[in-house]
Design a protein around this ligand. Sequence first.
Ligand SMILES: Nc1nc2c(ncn2[C@@H]2O[C@H](COP(=O)(O)OP(=O)(O)OP(=O)(O)O)[C@@H](O)[C@H]2O)c(=O)[nH]1
Length: 383
Amino acid sequence: MHWVRGLAMMGLGLCIYFIPLITPDDNQRSVYVATSMTMFALGVSIYVNGIRMLRGYRIYRYRTLLVMTTLLACNAVMLNMHAADKWIILSNLLVLVWVFSYGSRSLTGHGRDFVAQVFWLCCSLFGGISLMLGLFAIEVGLSDETTLVTFIHWPVHAYLTTAIMLVLTIVTSLLLLVMNVRTQAGLQAIATLDGLTGVLNRRGLQEAANRMQAVSQRISLPMGMLIIDLDYFKKVNDVYGHLVGDVVLKSCAGNIRGALRGGDVIGRYGGEEFCILLPNTGEQEAMVLAERIRRTIEVTPVSIAGVESMSDDTHAIKCTVSVGAVSSETVGYALDGMFAAADQNLYKAKQNGRNRVASNIELLMTQPPATGKPVKRNASVIA
Ligand SMILES: Nc1nc2c(ncn2[C@@H]2O[C@H](COP(=O)(O)OP(=O)(O)OP(=O)(O)O)[C@@H](O)[C@H]2O)c(=O)[nH]1
C-alpha cells in the first residue's frame, strides 16, 4: 500500500515541521524545515506512485530518485554553507512545486468515468497546492528578511498541510472503494453474463432459475419457462460465415429481450438456444409470450449491412425460431423437470416444421407453409 506509506511519510514530515514551534533553539529551525520538506516531498512522491499503481500505470522510480537527490543535495550544500534561511525555504518550496505539479500531471485519469473524475479532483488539488506554493516561494524570494523568525505563519502552514492530507486520504479511500465495487461488479458480470449476447450465461441462468423457483413455490405462483432455438442456424454459419452468425445471434437475443416483460429473465442456454424464465406465468400465458417472440423474430430481419466480408448487395437475413414452452402448472416446480419438458416441447416444435411454438397443453401451429410442407430453409437474403 504505497499510498498509505506516502501519507505516513507526509505526516512524519509534518511532525518535524511542528518541532521549531515548540523548541526554544532558533538556530536549528532551518535544519527542521529542510528535513520536514524533504520528507514531505518524498511522501508526495510515494503517494503519487501508490495511486499510479492502483490505476495500473507505470511507477515513476527515476523521477522520485531525482527529486530526492536534488532536495538532499540542495539542502546539504545550503546547510553546510550556512545559507540564509530564506534561501533554504525558497529552494525547498520550488522542489515541492515541482513534486506537486508532476504529481498532478501524472494522476490524470484516462476516459470520462467516475474514477477518472476523482483523479481530476486529485489533479486540481495538487495543481492548486503547487500554485499556492509557487506564490509563497515568490513571496519568500522577494522578502527582505533573511531569517526564519519572520516565518510567522507556521501554524497556518501546518494546519493547511494537515487539511490537504485529510482530503488526500478521503479522496484515495473513496477511489479505492469505487474501484473495489467496480471490480466486484465486473467479476460478477464476467462470471454470469454471456460475452457475445450480453444475456445471462448458463451459470447465471441456473442461479436466476433457482431463485425464481424458490420464490414461486413459496408463494404458490406459477412459473413459466421457454426454450427458444434458432431454426437452421448452421446454414447461416455455413452460407455467411461465423462472423455473420454471431451478429444474428446478438440481434436475435436483443429482439427477444425487447419482447419480454419486466421481471422476465433471459439467458443463453446453449449455442443458438435461449431460455426465458417467466415469474407468475401459467402455461397459456407462456404460450402467448412465446408466440409474440416467435412473431417478432420472424418479422425482424437481421441487418448485416455493416458486417465486414459481406458483399454490398446483402443487407439482411430473415430468421425464425422454434419455441418449447412449459410451466410449473403442468410439470411441477422441479427445475430439472421444467428444463427437460421445455426441451421436449422444443423438439416437438422442430419436428412439426419449425417456426412454431409447442407446449404441454397444445401445439400452436403458426403460419404453416402454404405447401403444407415443413420449412426447409429460413435464412434468406433480402437484397
Ligand atoms: N456463429 C456462431 N455459431 C454458433 C455459436 N454457437 C453455436 N453455433 C452454431 O450453431 C449451429 C447449431 O447447429 P444445429 O445444432 O445443427 O442446429 P440448426 O442448424 O439451427 O438446426 P435446427 O436447430 O434443427 O433448426 C452450429 O453450426 C454451431 O456451430 C456461436 O456462438 N456463434
